[in-house]
Design a binder for this molecule. Structure first.
Ligand SMILES: [Fe+2]
Ligand SMILES: [Fe+2]
Length: 384
């Protein structure tokens, strides 16, 4: 028996086909969206890898959040020693202001308390935040906590969705961004703490050397300032300038091992006393050489800051560019501070006179180019 399609069957079939086509279209649109979201999240994960800077991590999170959800604005608040601070926002100029007020902080605090994100559509009707929301022109928000169980806690907040209300999908996407960023923030926070501790210890060592004698008071700190200014002027990369900074602070650490009778001697040193004094770069080097973070530029500064470009310096008598740059750089800064500071047997020279001496001995005692740059910096600071 042959079945025939009636007109109604055809219509029904056509209708089903049309429905299936629409569903397929919708599915492929959803898939495309999901794919795009996945790509964005993957990119964020890739870009966050290796980042140890809090502000950089926050900026990346914000860029990706605004890529994923179309909103008027998006901001990150972080809690620092119990105080909320706005760490970045992407929105029209000034529209992030509300995040600095109680309203913004309470919203962030609530996300941390709940340990999960939430949406408030129609926030102007909210019993607690309604009035503030009206004042700042905030209509709806989505808030997700950053790192609620960690040290670097915060919240990612987006507001005023461009079309319609915030959805569960928006919340899920922003929660994923927050989860990715939270881990990076934690490492960045701990890294920063470690770095601060490290710098603090180095500074304490410098203060200890400087305090050993009234004639060396403040010397390491001043030499460091001159050396860092010089390093900036010759455009060393930031990472190297940081090392010049630490090297300056530690350059005379070996003086800790010098007898007070030599450091405080109210007259010129005898040859034997000089021999002992000249040991301080090596003593300093020996004290620090096993700390791997000091290897390279930092230890070079400690060891070579008394070398002279004509080869008549100590401890090795290196010449010209055989002396690592940081050694030549610290030598100029150290020489200038030694000349302008009081000594038990003489008063410090006026700065202008010391600059003349630097110039006279440029190319013999000190690196010619570095002296020129150093003099320019000093003259500029004196306003002429
Ligand atoms: Fe020294
Ligand atoms: Fe020194």
């Amino acid at each position: 028996m042959i079945e025939t399609f009636t007109e109604t069957d055809w219509m029904r079939l056509q209708g089903e086909l049309q429905k299936a086509r629409l569903e397929a279209q919708q599915l492929s649109a959803t898939l495309a969206d999901a794919w795009e979201e996945l790509t964005l999240l993957y990119e964020l994960a890739e870009q966050l890898r290796g980042i140890l800077d809090i502000d950089q991590a926050v900026e990346l999170a914000l860029i990706h959040a605004t890529d994923i959800v179309s909103v008027e604005g998006c901001g990150v608040l972080l809690k620092n020693e119990g105080e909320w601070e706005l760490h970045g926002a992407i929105c029209p100029n000034g529209r992030e202001e509300w995040l600095r007020f109680d309203f913004g902080m309470q919203v962030a605090e609530e996300a941390l308390k709940r340990k999960r994100g939430f949406i408030v559509n129609e926030i102007t009707q909210h019993p607690q935040w309604g009035e503030a929301a009206k004042t700042f022109g905030v209509f709806n928000i989505v808030v997700v906590p950053l790192n609620p169980g960690g040290h670097a806690q915060g919240a990612l907040i987006a507001w005023n969705r461009e079309k319609g209300e915030f959805t569960a999908g928006d919340l899920k996407l922003l929660s994923t961004i927050a989860a990715q960023t939270g881990g990076v923030l934690e490492s960045a926070f701990l890294y920063q703490r470690l770095q601060e501790t490290f710098r603090g210890v180095v500074r304490a060592m410098a203060v200890a050397v400087d305090a050993k004698s009234r004639w060396t008071a403040g010397h390491s700190i001043r030499v460091t300032r001159y050396a860092v200014e010089l390093a900036h002027a010759i455009k060393l990369p930031e990472s190297e300038i940081e090392k010049v900074n630490l090297s300056g602070l530690l350059h005379d650490l070996g003086k800790i091992g010098m007898p007070d009778a030599i450091l405080d001697k109210p007259g010129k040193l005898t040859d034997d006393e000089w021999k002992i004094m000249k040991q301080h770069p090596i003593i300093g080097y020996e004290m620090l050489k096993d700390i791997w973070q000091f290897r390279g530029i930092i230890l070079d500064g400690v060891l070579y800051h008394h070398e002279r470009v004509d080869g008549k310096g100590y401890p090795f008598g290196l010449k010209g560019e055989e002396i690592p740059l940081v050694g030549r750089l610290l030598a100029v800064a150290d020489g200038f501070d030694a000349m302008t500071s009081d000594r038990p047997y003489r008063a410090g020279m006026p700065k202008e006179k010391a600059l003349e001496v630097l110039m006279e001995c440029a190319g013999t005692q000190w690196d010619k180019e570095l002296v020129k740059v150093f003099i320019d910096i000093q003259r500029m600071q004196q306003g002429g």
